[in-house]
Design a protein around this ligand. Structure first.
Ligand code: TGC
Ligand code: FAD
Length: 388
């Protein structure tokens, strides 16, 4: 039975509502994710049937107002949900991150009322699947160099270019795509499945996030109706604001993967005997457990604090960036350490560590690589950009 650590009584910082939400999501993860996730990852298949269920449990757009199908919850509630989902698998949290922070958030924040009413309720329920196209084959860490372009025609925009590494693009009904206009200004456009000239081939052969679908978005003279332009943002800050929300969710999510690893390693080390003693009695194993627990506790406090700052609209992009970087790095190291505590058993699919470890290699890369986040903090404290 999963028994996540709470060494500093962080639970006391949560409201009753947060705890009720957490229990509901945890119960769903136990029931719907745990029994199938190892097979899905081993077989490199996305459990798409979970999307509707995720809509039903409120995993999509929890902080979007109820009027648009969300739950109108605070940022800590969003974080708590992400922790529980990523305990199941980073692929499940990814699906919720993209739908909430990268598709619903920009439509809510930068869209007009018609666009909000047209898309948000169906995205919240999981009737529509969304994706987010920023990264291109030759522009990952530097999205400002993007080549995807659109031109204004009489009654539509003509979109050309391509996006790569796009979560859920092969099954997405809509995509929020970032492209440059004729003046070179980055704008957001909503593309829809079935538009002529739009294809979304799957990217195969991944060793990481194998239960998540990844693909391309290729635009070959796609005619995008004028009403699909997001009117209320111009420039790279549009997509980067979406990333703030997603990175924040990941800072919480990674804790779930780390807790799953810690909980598994602690139980295993108490049961597994070598030299006639539980391996938990050996000092080197205790050192690992103590360090893992310490890192999880620090990550919990970081996530909680950045959540309360976000609730007050005071969290800076650089603070969010630090929490994403630290917590994902922490989880990846913990997956590796805890896997070693299981010896050979740790490499099997009977335990979650190897799956979490491989997933976290993507998580430490997407939404800004670890090194890019170091440079964001570097810029913040020195005032000197390493990117120019
Ligand atoms: P720079 O000149 O610094 O900034 C351009 C404009 O944007 C503003 N800005 C931000 N605004 C809001 N939030 C932020 N985090 C912001 N960062 C910058 C900035 O003030 C400026 O505004 P203005 O008004 O002056 O125009 O831009 P740069 O070209 O030097 O790049 C900066 C850099 C490298 C930090 C940025 O581009 C970056 O973060 N790169 C990493 C790219 C990235 O994270 N891509 C993620 C793609 S999506 C994804 O991975 C989804 S995975 C989903 C899943 O499955 O979970
Ligand atoms: P590059 O930018 O080529 O970086 C390569 C290496 O160079 C990295 O180590 C990087 O840290 C380093 N580097 C780059 N610039 C600097 C610098 N200035 N200083 C020091 N080091 C530097 N994108 C989307 O738009 N939507 C999605 O839904 C999405 N989903 C994804 C799902 C998965 C599974 C993965 C793996 C990626 C996804 N991405 C998505 C793309 C992701 O955001 C990019 O992979 C990421 O931003 C890094 O870009 P890149 O892979 O092109 O690496």
């Amino acid at each position: 039975m999963y028994n996540p650590p709470d060494y500093y009584l962080v639970d006391e910082l949560l409201t009753d509502e947060h705890k009720i939400i957490r229990e509901a999501i945890r119960e769903w993860v136990n029931r719907s994710v745990m029994p199938i996730i190892d097979d899905a990852a081993q077989n490199h298949t996305f459990p798409q049937h979970l999307i509707k269920e995720m809509g039903e449990i409120g995993a999509f757009g929890p902080y979007i107002p109820e009027k648009y199908g969300g739950a109108g919850l605070d940022q800590v509630a969003y974080g708590v949900i992400m922790t529980e989902l990523e305990r199941g698998d980073s692929a499940i949290r990814s699906a919720a991150s993209v739908q909430t922070s990268l598709v619903m958030y920009p439509i809510y924040e930068f869209g007009n009322e018609e666009q909000r009413m047209k898309y948000l309720p169906s995205l919240a329920s999981g009737d529509l699947i969304g994706c987010f196209g920023l990264t291109e084959p030759n522009h990952g860490s530097d999205p400002g160099g993007m080549l995807t372009r659109f031109e204004e025609k009489e009654d539509h925009y003509l979109l050309n270019g391509s996006k790569m590494w796009i979560t859920n693009s092969p099954v997405a009904d809509i995509g929020v795509v970032w492209a440059k206009d004729e003046e070179g200004i980055v704008r957001g456009l909503i593309v829809e499945k079935g538009m002529e000239g739009l294809t979304a081939p799957e990217t195969l052969n991944k060793w990481s996030l194998r239960a998540s679908l990844t693909g391309e978005l290729v635009f070959d003279n796609v005619k995008v109706p004028k009403e699909n332009l997001l009117p209320n943002v111009k420039g790279l800050k549009g997509p980067l604001k979406c990333l703030n929300s997603a990175r924040y969710g990941i800072a919480w999510g990674a804790i779930g993967a780390a807790m799953d690893c810690y909980d598994t390693a602690l139980r295993y080390s108490l049961e597994r005997k070598q030299f006639n003693k539980p391996i938990a009695s050996f000092q080197l194993q205790q050192k690992k457990l103590a360090e893992i627990l310490t890192e999880i506790t620090k990550a919990q406090l970081l996530a909680w604090r950045v959540g309360t700052l976000r609730n007050d609209n005071r969290a800076t992009p650089a603070q969010i960036s630090m929490a994403k970087r630290n917590n994902v790095d922490m989880a990846l190291k913990i997956a590796r350490e805890s896997r070693q505590m299981l010896g050979a058993m740790g490499i099997t699919g009977d335990f979650p560590m190897m799956r979490h470890m491989m997933n976290l290699e993507s998580v430490i890369t997407y939404e800004g690589t670890h090194d890019i986040h170091l440079l964001i903090t570097g810029f913040d404290v020195t005032g000197i950009s390493a990117f120019e």
